[in-house]
Write a protein that binds this ligand. Structure first.
Ligand code: GAR
Length: 192
């Protein structure tokens, strides 16, 4: 099946890129759910505009991660979701979702992992004055940005680039790469 849920905490430019690829037919997926842990995330309105079901939750109103992940799992299973696509979801995935979706949770990260995991990867790269950075798509495991790497794309940056410019460059790569990688995973799965 090609039913996917996107989990996002922020602006949702990657969510939009995925939806646009679906519209164009370059990604043959059915985005059946958008999950957000941030009540005011801009991505929620983007999903509503596209008539994608949204589940918005406040992690603090649950006892622990297992409890909110059980609820999210039910939301995913109710829609026959086969893949969970993290697109700026700023929260570690726990064992409840990992065990239900083995090798089926994917993340995109704005650095060449294993360099600069965690928060503000772009700021970390600028601080180190790296000349080459990039984007990584990887399977999610129980670590912070540590799972097996599926795809990477490098790009050059210069000391003259502002943080906003670096972010623009990174995101332009992300918006191309992520839909492509998702499509290739779906095709591999079909061939099985
Ligand atoms: C993206 O650049 C993504 O790589 C990053 O958050 C941004 C979300 O942007 N993810 C991480 O840093 C995960 N550790 P978006 O909301 O516009 O798609």
């Amino acid at each position: 099946s090609n039913k996917i849920a996107v989990f996002a905490s922020g602006t949702g430019s990657n969510f939009d890129a995925i939806m646009e690829a679906c519209d164009k037919g370059t990604l043959n997926a059915d985005v059946t759910l958008l999950v957000s842990d941030k009540i005011n995330a801009a991505v929620i309105e983007k999903a509503q505009k596209r008539n994608v079901d949204t589940v918005v939750f406040n992690p603090k109103s649950f006892e622990n991660k297992a409890e909110f992940e059980k609820a999210l799992l039910a939301d995913c299973q109710a829609r026959d979701v086969e893949w969970i696509i993290l697109a700026g979801y700023m929260r570690l995935i726990g064992s409840t979702l990992l065990e239900a979706y083995p090798k089926r949770i994917i993340n995109i990260h704005p650095s060449l992992l294993p360099a600069f995991p965690g928060k503000d990867a772009i700021g970390q790269a600028i601080d180190k004055k790296v000349k080459v950075t990039g984007v990584t798509v990887h399977f999610v495991d129980d670590g912070m940005d540590t799972g097996p790497i599926i795809a990477q794309e490098a790009l050059s940056i210069s000391e003259e680039d502002t943080k906003d410019e670096v972010r623009r460059k990174i995101q332009a790569v992300e918006h191309q790469l992520y839909p492509q990688v998702i499509q290739s995973l779906l095709i591999k799965e079909e061939a099985k």
